[in-house]
Design a protein around this ligand. Structure first.
Ligand code: ADP
Length: 266
């Protein structure tokens, strides 16, 4: 709490009274901390792939170039780390762009099934590479008023995680329905699951369950923070349930349309 005391003077410059102004700066301080933590985390996370790029390229330049097998192996690592860096920078830019916006951008009436089909096309290579069976169940023809990019990004991130954290020939079910004027969208997989004591941490920026298990899968630890941000800024909410080595269920509720009270009164 910041306190400012402002004296009130009369014409002879005698103090008549005081105005005490109390500023609640808790939220401002919290946001400052979120921002500085974010910059520190970003720098730390970017350092890992950059160190690998530097290390492996320097070793090649120092002579390892002459061994063809080593050359190919190192170039593959360099290529993979450069790819990781690319994804990470894109995610960081996306999150910071979202946070700078004052509003949710242009909304439209969106057919949810069509958006899911679009997402499955974008992810088709990933899905067929692991031979994952994706099923869409529930009510057809649901329409929701939202920024189309937001809905697409929420579904892309949840479905690509479901595919990434499920073994080959696994199953991913996308279920849609309406409850209490909300779109209810669940993405359920039968993959590796998430330990109970980590369920409340996975929405944190850069948090990854057991870094060693996630390393081979790629990813940045930002996907779910982007989803949570998008869902909550569209007045919805998200829940996760899971059973290790059995299944994971991410369910999102989003208002079908955000009522504009002014319009209703007119
Ligand atoms: P990442 O880029 O690492 O996937 P996310 O923010 O999307 O980052 O997810 C955070 C962590 O939550 C992941 O690293 C993973 O450990 C865990 N996770 C997310 N989705 C699933 C899922 N469907 N099944 C198992 N673990 C998951």
């Amino acid at each position: 709490m910041d306190v400012h005391v402002v004296p009130i003077f009369n014409d002879s410059l005698e103090t008549l009274n005081f105005i005490v102004l109390l500023y609640d700066i808790t939220e401002i301080r919290r946001l400052e901390k979120v921002r500085t933590d974010f910059v520190a985390n970003v720098s730390h996370e970017l350092r890992t792939p950059i160190t690998a790029l530097k290390g492996f390229s320097e070793t090649l330049l120092d002579g390892a170039l002459d061994d063809n097998d080593v050359l190919v192996e190192f170039l593959e690592i360099i290529n993979k780390e450069a790819g990781r860096l690319d994804v990470m920078v894109n995610d960081i830019l996306q999150l910071s762009k979202l946070e700078q916006r004052q509003d949710n951008g242009a909304k439209d009436i969106i057919n949810v099934n069509e958006t899911i089909e679009d997402v499955l096309k974008v992810l088709s290579q990933k899905i067929s590479l692991k031979d994952i069976h994706v099923n869409i169940v529930g009510q057809k023809g649901i329409e929701i008023e939202i920024n189309p990019d937001h809905l697409k990004q929420i579904i892309i991130n949840l479905v690509s995680n479901a595919v990434a954290y499920t073994p080959e020939k696994g199953k991913v079910t996308i279920e849609i329905g309406i409850t209490d004027n909300n779109l209810k969208l669940s993405v359920v997989d039968n993959g590796m699951g998430i330990p109970e004591n980590q369920l409340n941490r996975i929405f944190e920026r850069f948090y990854r369950v057991d870094k060693s298990r996630s390393r081979n899968i790629g990813g940045t630890g930002l996907g779910l923070s982007i989803v949570k941000w998008l869902v909550e800024n569209n007045e919805g909410h998200i829940e996760v349930k899971s059973e290790v080595n059995q299944w994971t269920d991410f369910t999102v509720w989003l208002p079908i349309s955000i009522t504009d009270n002014n319009n209703e009164e007119n």
